[in-house]
Design a protein around this ligand. Structure first.
Ligand SMILES: Cc1ncc(COP(=O)(O)O)c(C=O)c1O
Length: 365
């Protein structure tokens, strides 16, 4: 099969074996056999972040936003209030969701590309004694910034806030241990660092906290967290029609994750990132963030001022060579973004570097 190098931040490049796992005999998802597969996938998804003893996975057919919307709309009680950190498009999207559901909230707005200072967040928490929950993004894919997860979880503990963490583009890419980093609700999807196909999102929820949501007035049906959880607990099946083939493929990608191990996967990603930095340095481009804030999963590169530079033309130059790059998304400076997640390695990044040097050499001459 033709191999494309996807340097967009997901859906990421997959292995041939993950692609092949999509092709299975037709099966009714109400069969016991499929129920067993589903149960096993839920368990493995929690195991990736060492949450199997304390957390339950609730799974949805839908892109990552479905998981974020499910969590936000199902967890905060009518009497509650949620703090949202907006330092990128995905924090902003969370705010759009809580607005749509008319959930009481307070937003901390930080220019996209600036680091969220813990003291600044703590000041806001102190001003808002009614807060019950805190939503933030772990890896803000808008800028490639790794938000300070441990420190923000400490704030949650100190002020007794339940944490809802969008770990869409960090889950399985960077190590997360729920026994040491006790996130109450962690959200991710099938098509980023877990290296599966797009179509599934999931919330890995603290069992005790999740149970408490069973008494809340429901705001929705398809995306209701408790409703989906209790159905799958009692019947072993998805509540609604699952994307059958994507579940098989996700199971394969989970097995490949455990075979590779978290530490080897992270090291592979970091080697690709370091190779990318060499290319950026050689080309003489600037990065949006200081290195200390990099997730090492995605890098936002500042677009050059040259009038000859054109993102579309650069994209096409890469695309003709089977490499896909990604535009910026409203950060404080105009950028294009290069992710190094998925079934790729530093050799693929060398290919990218050569093409990048070629493009910038051409527009200089
Ligand atoms: C951090 C983060 N949150 C949420 C999303 C939304 O996921 P989706 O586009 O799959 O709905 C993304 C997608 O890139 C993301 O990176």
């Amino acid at each position: 099969m033709k191999r494309n190098i996807l340097l967009n931040p997901g859906p990421a490049t997959t292995t041939d074996t993950v692609k092949q796992a999509l092709v299975v005999p037709d099966i009714c998802p109400r069969e016991e056999e499929f129920g067993e597969l589903t149960q096993s996938v839920l368990k493995k998804l929690a195991e990736v972040v060492n949450g199997q003893s304390t957390h339950s996975t609730v799974i949805f057919a839908g892109s990552g936003t479905a998981g974020v919307e499910a969590a936000l709309s199902s967890i905060v009680p009518e009497s509650g209030k949620i703090l949202i950190l907006d330092n990128g498009a995905y924090g902003k999207r969370a705010e759009t969701i809580v607005r749509a559901y008319k959930i009481s909230h307070r937003t901390i707005r930080i220019e996209w590309g600036n680091f969220p200072e813990i003291s600044q967040i703590e000041t806001v928490i102190k001003e808002e004694p009614k807060l019950t929950h805190f939503f933030f993004v772990h890896h803000e894919t808008t800028t490639g910034m790794l938000n300070p997860l441990t420190e923000m979880l400490e704030l949650c503990k100190k002020y007794e806030l339940d944490s809802i963490v969008d770990a869409m583009s960090s889950y399985a890419g960077l190590p997360i241990d729920l026994q040491k980093q006790p996130i109450d609700y962690l959200i991710s999807s099938s098509n980023k660092c877990i290296q599966g196909m797009a179509g599934i999102s999931f919330v890995i929820a603290n069992k005790e906290k999740l149970k408490l949501t069973s008494n809340l007035q429901v705001r929705n049906l398809y995306l209701n967290l408790w409703g989906n959880h209790i159905h799958i607990e009692q019947t072993g099946q998805f509540q609604f029609t699952p994307p059958v083939q994507i579940v098989y493929s996700l199971n394969q990608s989970l097995d490949e994750f455990f075979k590779e191990t978290q530490s080897v996967r992270t090291a592979r990603y970091i080697k690709s990132y370091e190779t990318l930095l060499e290319g950026i340095e050689q080309t003489g481009l600037d990065m949006l963030l200081p290195k200390s804030q990099h997730s090492k999963l995605l890098t936002a590169i500042v677009e050059p001022k040259s009038t000859k530079y054109n993102f579309k033309e650069m994209h096409d130059h890469f695309y003709e060579n089977n490499v896909t790059i990604y535009p910026g998304k409203g950060a404080k400076k105009d950028t294009f973004r290069i992710a190094n997640i998925g079934a790729i390695d530093y050799n693929d990044m060398k290919v990218f570097n050569e093409l990048m040097l070629e493009y910038f050499h051409e527009i200089k001459s």
